[in-house]
Design a protein around this ligand. Sequence first.
Ligand code: DX5
Ligand code: ZN
Length: 232
Amino acid sequence: MSRFRIAPSILSANFAKLGEEITDVIASGADWIHFDVMDNHYVPNLTIGPLVCEAIRPLTQAVIDVHLMVKPVDRIIPDFAKAGANIITFHPEGSEHIDRSLSLIRESGCKAGLVFNPATPLAFMDHVMDKLDVVLLMSVNPGFGGQKFIPETLNKLKLARQKIDAHKAATGREILLEVDGGVKTDNIAEIARAGADTFVAGSAVFGAGRAEDAHRYDGIIAALRAELARVK
Ligand code: DX5
Ligand code: ZN
């Protein structure tokens, strides 16, 4: 597997043709499906839940990366595990007991991750590193697709990379470092150089589809990968 993963966010897909969008984006070379769950409480928007995850699960073998922007998180975690999620991430602000929520995800058979808003300190990961499979840094404030990348995220990525590398040196465990928000062809290389290995891209991918074609996203996925290939 390449050292980088591209995870299109279906938030920017055509929901009237969601199944086709998912099979097409994977056929075009995407690695994961990023699945944004918003509750109109933790974030000011409302999207999709476990029923939709269950409906798309038979369409692809690709990893379904469920990003929970909900509060509270615990009640809904087992539902997403049953619906076929592979990874479940949540925001520390959405849980009263972060360690417990991470354990709940892992006991449900999924990989677990914490999501950090632009102003949320990385310290939330320090005492739960052994329960993390993914660290996701938001490079926009959560709630909407199509926002502009916040440049301070680059400094934060470097700090997160140091923590993750130190954990790997001490334990041998891998933790993925994912970034979400405003990722485009013109900044993905710089974001990778700051330490990210997994890239969510919503509007960049789904906004670049060609006319009806089972591979209509291969141009944009190839362009993102070409940028990543320039990263040493
Ligand atoms: C924002 C979501 C993102 C969003 C990214 O709250 O978590 O996954 O879909 O969209 P773009 O890539 O358009 O910024
Ligand atoms: Zn997301």
